[in-house]
Design a binder for this molecule. Structure first.
Ligand SMILES: [Zn+2]
Length: 104
């Protein structure tokens, strides 16, 4: 959620931000992601004070950080599944995440 993975240079398309990124906003209509230089002021997929620059819509952006009751977003889960299917090994460090594909 701290955005450090993206800042380290990992391309966005190779990263699944399961719990969101506090430095990212997303348009709920066209799904374009914005990366302001500051931390977004809300969590829980709420509207922020900024709007999408897509001229076809006049929609506010929403933060991308999940609150406790929010489900993991499919746009992050689907690529993560695809990446895991291609991987020879998956390391889960520092998480309580569990997998059905664990190999001991
Ligand atoms: Zn938009």
């Amino acid at each position: 959620m701290d955005g450090l993975h993206l800042r380290s240079g990992i391309p966005r398309e190779k990263l699944s931000e399961f719990h969101g990124n506090s430095f990212m906003e997303r348009c709920t209509s066209c799904r374009v992601e914005y990366f302001p230089d500051f931390e977004v002021e809300s969590v829980g997929l709420k509207e922020t004070s900024r709007r999408c620059s897509n001229a076809d819509f006049d929609l506010k952006l929403k933060d991308t950080v999940l609150d406790w009751e929010d489900a993991l977003p499919p746009e992050e889960m689907n690529p993560a599944h695809a990446h895991c299917e291609k991987a020879d090994i998956v390391l889960c460090l520092g998480t309580s995440q569990r997998s059905n594909h664990s190999v001991m």
